[in-house]
Ligand binder design. Structure first.
Ligand SMILES: Nc1ncnc2c1ncn2[C@@H]1O[C@H](COP(=O)(O)OP(=O)(O)OP(=O)(O)O)[C@@H](O)[C@H]1O
Length: 826
């Protein structure tokens, strides 16, 4: 017995009549109040009373149909639980309704109902002792073996749950600290029991009887859990954790039947995830974050949106190749052979790539400039990048940057975002599964900008060897070391690459191909590849070189070989249909489908056809130069070199200059420069307007047009062409139809160097032109021109406009040799 006097409940208690649920001493329950008597009790006593005593109620369970209690008091259960009303929540709309939170204190029995209305009040007798300080030793002795047995089962049951969950651990501690006599009531309300069973426990006033009745309930629960463990998939030694991974729900609701399978699988996954985190070898900081996140995950209900987010995050973290890399096997000789085998021509690029690899081999560390291949589409930039990865024995991954205008594309979204994802760099690493791949940043010149930040700025951090060992993706929120990644960038032009980015890269120009190079590439690489892709054999289709040339000159107009490749694809498809239609496999195709006759393979005939094609092309060009006031310039575009016609006409007017053809400011300035120079030199060259005046703009308007108006043109290199075209207009002489030119001019008539000479020369060659005028200071660029192209062309290097004009007109442009002064007035 306790030395402290037991606490007494009041001898008169207002009665709360309940229909569902049984409140046992020591447990808490929420009950709905909606009958008239109970509503009166809440309003008249709980809400009005101010003392602690006014919050004590007698809860009578199992009242038959309390809703119809308007008149007489129904028969009441003899034993009830005195309870403390801890909380009242309610509203008066649409009809009065309250919810009570009540905690059971002790049993009582009704001696006599004192009044029935507005709510029943009864004289009661307290049945359980309420001790302030339990004397556990004494109780243990008194209850002896029964209590000990009960305690052991209770411990066994609780220990079957996951002790790492705080609520379970607390329950375990309570088993030791609470008086043993309180345990049967508390455990009965926790484990899965029916109302009827709870009622029996409530009625078991004798403690001994109560222990006897609850032990079988505990045993039943333990057996239920054991059965559950057996029926689950055996998973090494994780069973225990799997069963009770979400025990908060199960403490109040320990399963006697199987829970649904999905949840089990999820729990298995979390255990696996935890194992992977342990073994993933990630840096300490990342590991810490993962451990924290998995702890949170375990406590989170699966229905929470954050559950899926956290799980995806952790899955990414364990998948990332924090420490996984491939071993470089760099052999420069093998690399050279591989590059040569995969790519024809592009000597300069291959040479630079080999130098780059050699330095890396010697330095044995990967810090160095980032290579950026710049050139027209389809010249093999991407494919060289792939070969570099192959030579190094590294994984290859291409990141297309064209149109990327949000920095989170590079750096990821913060996880607070709905639908957040890591950026392309981290995604790429996840895809390749190693931390030292070759990343090809394709089309860096086409990065956009938007309100969501500048992706180029994010790329700076990625590419800077000083910073990228600590690259932080917003989604990961921990640093990832990118220093082992080999970055190669590609672009069509450097003009649109942000300067800060350009500064971090070493630019390697990849010019377009000559016709001969294209023919070689076609026959060595493109055609065999297409045949293989279409399941054809070389016996089934043969494409002679002359046919290839015809396709190049007549059906494709490009610096690279991509459309040429597509044309071969189209031919192969057509042939594949014929083969599939049932012609014998080895049978040769009707040549007319593919070539233009057996004789085409004859070398001489091929040459003749080539000459014919070139003749046709040149005659098209010369048609356009059959009047004064037209000249051919050479332009460089991101798609390669192009020939460009410049046309001029004059009419009566007030000295106005009209320019059409979508020109940029620099081009417009060149036009003004050209006119100024010609006006100041009109006398020297005897250039006059239609009225015979040396003041060329006197009563005269000039219109200069650059055809292909849909394409914006800019740059100074058309200067010499504009001068030549206007000189032709004012002299009435024709410019030679086989001459193309390029060069910037000054007001004093000097010719300055320009860029893109190789592409421009190749374009002129493709168009069948014969002579090319280039600035003298560009002479060194002629070294890059393949010798077979050089053979077909003659070059004039000009240092001033005199040189240009003398070369552009037959017989030169000096005054003495010019007979047509009078004609020019016509
Ligand atoms: N010199 C070459 N030798 C062999 N094949 C080549 C060569 N140049 C290009 N090719 C082939 O042409 C195709 C197009 O090349 P690729 O995709 O690398 O071009 P790209 O320069 O990267 O173009 P883009 O700038 O449009 O990305 C590929 O199939 C490639 O193998």
């Amino acid at each position: 017995m306790s030395s402290v006097s037991p606490i007494q409940i009041p001898s008169r208690l207002p009665l709360l009549l309940t229909h569902e649920g049984v409140l046992l001493p020591g447990s808490t329950m929420r009950t709905s109040v909606d009958t008239a008597r109970n509503l009166q009790l809440v309003r008249g006593r709980l809400l009005k009373g101010t003392s602690l005593q006014s919050t004590i109620l007698g809860v009578i369970p199992n009242t038959p149909d309390p809703a119809s209690d308007a008149q007489d008091l129904p028969p009441l259960h003899r034993i009830g639980t005195a309870a403390l009303a801890v909380q009242v929540v309610g509203s008066n709309w649409p009809k009065p309704h309250y919810t009570l939170l009540i905690t059971g204190l002790c049993r009582f029995q009704i001696v006599q109902v004192l009044k029935e209305k507005p709510y029943p009040v009864a004289e009661v007798e307290q049945l359980d002792r309420l001790e302030e300080f339990p004397n556990t030793c004494k109780t243990r002795e008194e209850l002896g073996e029964l209590s000990e047995q009960f305690y052991k089962y209770a411990v066994q049951l609780v220990e079957m749950l996951d002790m790492s969950v705080p609520a379970v651990a607390k329950l375990r501690r309570l088993l030791d600290s609470l008086p043993r006599e309180a345990l049967p009531d508390i455990l009965t309300s926790i484990i899965r029991t029916s109302n009827k069973e709870k009622l029996q426990i409530l009625d078991a006033v004798s403690l001994e009887e109560r222990f006897k009745m609850t032990i079988p309930l505990l045993v039943r629960q333990i057996e239920g859990l054991k059965l559950l463990q057996k029926t689950r998939k055996p998973k090494q030694d994780d069973d225990k954790r799997v069963i009770a991974i979400r025990p908060i729900r199960r403490i109040t609701h320990i399963p006697g039947i199987l829970e649904d399978e999905d949840e089990d699988e999820d729990n298995d996954d979390i255990v696996m995830l935890e194992k992977k985190i342990k073994t993933s070898n990630m840096p300490e900081q990342a590991h810490k974050v993962c451990v924290k996140e998995i702890k949170r995950l375990k406590k989170m209900p699966q229905s929470m949106p954050e559950y899926a987010l956290t799980r995806n995050y952790l899955e990414l973290m364990v998948e990332l190749p924090w420490n996984k890399s491939t071993t470089d096997r760099l052999d420069i000789r093998a690399a050279r052979i591989l590059l040569d085998n995969d790519h024809y021509a592009m000597e300069k690029l291959k040479k630079r790539v080999l130098e780059y690899l050699a330095v890396r081999q010697l330095k044995n560390n990967l810090k160095g400039p980032i290579l950026c291949f710049v050139g027209p589409p389809g010249v093999g930039k991407t494919s060289v990048g792939r070969s570099v990865a192959k030579t190094l024995g590294r994984e290859f991954h291409r990141i297309a940057l064209g149109g990327v205008c949000d920095q989170s594309d590079i750096r990821g979204h913060r996880r607070t975002y709905v639908g957040s994802m890591p950026g392309r760099i981290i995604n790429g690493l996840k895809t390749v599964g190693v931390n030292n791949p070759v990343f090809l940043l394709d089309e860096v010149d086409k990065l956009g900008k938007s309100l969501q930040g500048d992706p180029a700025a994010a790329l700076l951090e990625v590419l800077d060897p000083e910073q990228n060992h600590n690259f932080t993706d917003h989604y990961l929120n921990v640093a990832f070391d990118l220093s082992q990644v080999l970055f190669i960038a590609t672009a069509n032009t450097t003009a649109t690459i942000p300067p800060a980015l350009l500064d971090r890269m070493e630019i390697i120009q990849v010019p377009g191909y000559t016709q001969e190079e294209k023919i070689e590439i076609a026959h060595r690489h493109l055609i065999p590849k297409q045949l293989e892709q279409h399941g054809l054999t070389p016996q089934q289709i043969q494409i002679p070189q002359a046919t290839t040339l015809a396709i190049i000159t007549r059906y494709t107009r490009e610096a690279g070989v991509r459309s040429l490749d597509r044309k071969f694809g189209a031919i192969c498809r057509a042939v594949a249909v014929k083969v599939a239609e049932g012609q014998p496999k080895e049978a040769k195709l009707d040549r007319s489908d593919v070539t233009e006759g057996e004789g085409f393979r004859d070398h001489i005939l091929e040459k003749a056809i080539i000459s014919l094609i070139i003749f046709l092309l040149s005659s098209k060009v010369s048609e356009r130069l059959s009047q004064p006031g037209v000249a051919i310039g050479l332009a460089w575009t991101p798609l390669g070199g192009k020939i460009m016609f410049v046309e001029a006409s004059r009419m009566d007017g007030e000295g106005q200059l009209t320019l059409t053809g979508q020109l940029g400011d620099v081009m417009k300035e060149s036009a003004h420069l050209a006119i100024s120079w010609l006006r100041s030199n009109a006398k020297k060259y005897h250039l006059t307007n239609a009225f015979g005046s040396f003041d060329l703009l006197d009563n005269t308007d000039i219109h200069l047009h650059f055809p292909a108006g849909a394409v914006t043109k800019d740059g100074p290199s058309a200067g010499v062409t504009i001068v030549t075209c206007l000189a032709s207009l004012f002299s009435g002489r024709l410019v030679r139809s086989d001459v193309a030119m390029t060069g910037e001019i000054t007001l004093r008539g000097l010719v300055l160097p320009v860029g893109g000479i190789k592409d421009k020369v190749l374009a002129a060659h493709r168009a069948g032109l014969k002579q090319i005028i280039i600035p003298q200071r560009n002479e060194k660029d002629l070294e890059e021109i393949p010798s077979n192209v050089k053979q077909d062309l003659s070059f004039v290097t000009a240092s001033c406009l005199d040189d240009v004009l003398n070369a552009a007109f037959d017989g030169g442009f000096t005054v003495k040799t010019r007979p047509g002064l009078i004609n020019s007035k016509l």
